[in-house]
Design a binder for this molecule. Structure first.
Ligand code: NAD
Length: 450
């Protein structure tokens, strides 16, 4: 068994089985056996089952949200949004089984048709930072495409995923079609990679583990989606609405205590307005409410573990702190929102993903310099551009090597638009209308008519 600790109290809240390799193999075998019947379910019936699953999730939003507050320290507002996101993603992809269109391609001497064939068992590996949405972004389109799913939550945050597995059965999703198995990455996760009956691995997590997963999938030419780390830039030009850019910047990086792959953890500000921007940012950071996450007013909760807090703190120990917000004392893995001013673009805190509430602010000279600095990173997941010159905002958006950008806004993730990274932030796209196709192989069939 694995003890589950609440980051809010530091106390143990549950014991969860640590699934063995043999047990993992048995679950994969059952998912493999469930596949032929699931892919044969008519599109309308599969759609109905997914809509029912969405409805059952909706009936349990509050329970799921409370569980996430306790297990992950998410604010209750965020946790309700996250449970609602699973509901919405299921409802959205419930439209997919009836819309998995092939094409008819003109060829001489006959017709050519394409089909999207579901690939089989999909193994989904989820990180601890968004246990519910990231699970849903994988399992909803996979189930819609006709695949069966085995899903491993992160060791430290398994409770909501386990509950979603139960709710799927309650909604009438057949046994073996969607199974949640808690356990270690090095045991259950590795087995998804090596087991020949798992046809695709959907991995969200660190770039280091993503590299291993990709290499591990290679011998079987196994399909893989990688959603990895980030160090995204929030680029603020002098002509921007500086008040709005500064007021929203904390929420673009400190949401979920900065444990967000899309966190805009570098703020790049045009030099001529750097001091003015910092003067506006300071009260905005001081105003972030870091408190007991079950309070409706909470905007930020604790970090996930004591060990992670130490890692985050190590970045601040060697940095020049401009100003900080506040956080509670006492039990729980609290860390205040922190703004640092790196002395060089090679500073560790400027280059590495900290995955905590720490943001580095640096000046840039002009548009070309802004693009250069934004791209001077191994990662390319997200980012924002603030400017009243929309032509420039679009030019910079096209110049930044990143998968998800927002202009004059601090957020860019919606389930009906594609999501994924450039460079070492990942491989492949999730979400958006085409996501179910990524759980199929495209087959073309020529029919002679002559
Ligand atoms: P992690 O890589 O340590 O773990 C992620 C998952 O992989 C966990 O379930 C873990 O048990 C499993 N795992 C670990 N070793 C494994 C192995 N050898 N084989 C198979 N599975 C293994 O990441 P984390 O600390 O849980 O999450 C934080 C990271 O995730 C950050 O880098 C963050 O940027 C990234 N992330 C990316 C996205 C995205 O969409 N791009 C979203 C959320 C988080």
């Amino acid at each position: 068994m694995t003890a589950v600790i609440s980051p809010v109290s530091g106390a143990q809240i549950a014991d969860v089985p640590a699934t063995s390799v043999e047990e993992t193999d048995a679950v994969i075998q059952r998912a493999h056996e469930a596949f032929p019947a699931w892919r044969a379910v008519s599109p309308g019936d599969r759609a109905r089952l997914l809509r029912r699953f969405s409805q059952v999730v909706d009936d349990h939003i509050e329970e799921l949200a409370q569980l996430e507050v306790t297990n992950s320290g998410h604010t209750i507002g965020n946790a309700r949004w996250e449970a609602g996101n699973v509901r919405d993603v299921l409802a959205y992809y419930a439209g997919a089984p009836e819309r998995l269109f092939g094409r008819q391609i003109p060829v001489p001497g006959g017709v050519d048709m394409t089909f999207h064939e579901p690939i089989g068992v999909v193994g989904i590996i989820v990180p601890w930072n968004f246990p519910m949405p990231i699970a849903g972004w994988g399992f909803a389109p996979a189930l819609a495409a006709g695949c069966t799913v085995v899903l491993k939550p992160a060791e430290v945050t398994p409770l909501t995923a386990i509950r979603l597995g139960e709710l799927a059965l309650q909604a009438g999703i057949p046994e073996g079609v969607f199974t949640v198995i808690p356990g270690k990455g090095s045991v259950v996760g590795e087995r998804f990679v090596t087991h020949p009956l798992v046809c695709k691995v959907v991995f969200t997590g660190s770039t280091e583990v993503g590299e291993r997963i990709m290499a591990g999938c290679a011998p079987q030419i196994k399909r893989v989606t990688l959603e990895l780390g980030g160090k995204s830039a929030n680029v603020v030009f002098a002509d921007a609405d500086l008040e709005r850019a500064a007021a929203t910047a904390p929420y673009g990086v400190f949401d979920n205590a900065g444990q967000d792959c899309c966190a805009r953890s570098r703020i790049l500000v045009e030099r001529s307005v750097f001091d003015r921007f910092m003067a506006l940012l300071e009260p905005a950071v001081a105003g972030v409410r870091v408190e007991e996450p079950s309070l409706d007013t909470a905007e930020m909760g604790p970090l996930i573990t004591a060990a992670h807090r130490e890692t985050v703190a190590s970045y601040v120990d060697d940095a020049q702190v401009a100003f900080r917000g506040s956080c509670p004392d006492g039990p729980g893995f609290w860390f205040p929102p922190t703004v640092i001013v790196p002395t060089s673009e090679s500073d560790r805190a400027y280059r590495e993903e900290i995955f905590g509430p720490v943001v580095a602010v640096m000046p840039f000279e002009d548009e070309a310099d802004a693009i250069r600095m934004a791209n001077d990173s191994d990662f390319g997941l997200s980012g924002s551009i603030w400017s009243r010159d929309i032509g420039r905002a679009l030019r910079v958006s096209r110049g930044v090597e990143s998968g998800n950008l927002s202009v004059n806004s601090h957020s860019s993730v919606r389930y009906w638009t594609p999501f994924g990274g450039f460079k070492r932030s990942g491989l492949g796209r999730e979400l958006g209308p085409d996501a179910p196709e990524a759980f199929t192989e495209t087959k073309n069939v020529f029919i002679a008519t002559d």
